[in-house]
Design a protein around this ligand. Structure first.
Ligand code: 13P
Ligand code: SF4
Length: 311
């Protein structure tokens, strides 16, 4: 509580008063997921942001997601509970360096993961999410040369599965990089037959042990639909909240880091958003995402290509 306030009730009151929609990613804390109007993966959240008739979008996710909402819905007020909610992939790809890299490879198009700044989106040809990357890449003629950034693990996974060479930007997600292969193998020995579900942001040595590789939405679907009692989940562990809610009879175990438990794999950026900060953001309509119009229009081009091609 905030000085005796019932924060949940206040959030409900403010969301009605402001005609606000609360969008949350699967990596948000359970209490945020539970009061959101919609919980989803990066692509679903972009589509919801584009389609909503709310006046305010309260985005419970990281900054590049809230920026995407603003790029697609410029007439709406987009608030992010904590403006410091960044992403290690975005940090790994400063726009000036990305522009220089592109300039060195003028015959390549830039296929870029949505986990990047608006400035990098503006320098890209087509954006992808982990749920749409294979579909989109499959539509690009085989002779077309491609730069893929900023996630080298997602890029490497796509290259291997689709047999398509791409020039990879060397960025990584600090969360998915922290899984330990040694500890994962111990867990697999302990739970024989338990499928391993992994996000393609994981390094190849983790994906090698996965029975299913996909975006958060795909991982969730697989966990709920596949037979079995125990599942090992190699992505940010807060998604397990949705799994436990929908399939309480199943057991979901977060893949471990080097210390043998999964808590080190919580995303520190996602964790910056709290119920209290969401309440304050709805009350003050701050912090607000603002994007300069010229930059917005450039970034929108590559995002629109994604929405068209994702199907
Ligand atoms: P998806 O929800 O699109 O799979 O993205 C995962 C992620 O790391 C977002 O930061
Ligand atoms: Fe970025 Fe990784 Fe956190 Fe997703 S989980 S927001 S990719 S740091």
């Amino acid at each position: 509580t905030l000085q005796g306030l019932d924060v949940r009730a206040e959030i409900d009151r403010l969301r009605r008063e402001r005609n606000a929609v609360i969008l949350a990613h699967y990596y948000q804390a359970p209490e945020i997921q539970d009061l959101a109007d919609f919980v989803g993966d990066s692509l679903d959240l972009s589509r919801k942001a584009q389609a909503t008739d709310a006046d305010v979008i309260a985005f419970c996710g990281v900054r590049f997601m809230a920026e995407t909402a603003k790029i697609l819905s410029p007439q709406k007020i987009v608030i992010l509970p904590d403006m410091n909610a960044g992403c290690s992939l975005e940090d790994s790809c400063p726009p000036e360096q990305f522009a220089a890299f592109r300039a060195q490879h003028p015959d390549h198009i830039a296929l870029t993961y949505i986990n990047c700044s608006a400035a990098v989106k503006a320098l890209s040809d087509i954006i992808v999410t982990s749920s749409s990357a294979e579909t989109i890449l499959g539509q690009i003629p085989p002779e077309q040369k491609i730069i893929f950034g900023p996630d080298k693990h997602l890029g490497g996974y796509l290259s291997r599965t689709l047999g398509r060479e791409m020039l990879l930007w060397p960025g990584t997600c600090i969360v998915h990089e922290a899984f330990s292969e040694t500890e994962l193998l111990k867990l697999k020995a302990q739970y024989p037959g338990a499928p391993v579900l992994a996000h393609p942001e994981c390094p190849g040595h983790i994906l090698d042990h996965a029975d299913y590789v996909g975006a958060t939405s795909g991982i969730l679907k697989y966990a709920l639909e596949a037979p079995g009692d125990v599942f090992i989940v190699a992505t940010e562990p807060h998604i397990i909240h949705q799994m436990e809610k929908a399939a309480p009879h199943k057991t979901f175990i977060g893949a471990p880091g080097a210390d043998g438990n999964c808590n080190c794999n919580a995303c520190p950026y996602m964790a910056l958003n709290t119920l209290e900060k969401l309440y304050v953001a709805l009350r003050d309509l701050e912090p607000r995402i603002e994007i300069e119009e010229e930059l917005r229009l450039k970034a929108k081009r590559s995002l629109d290509r994604m929405l068209e091609m994702a199907g």
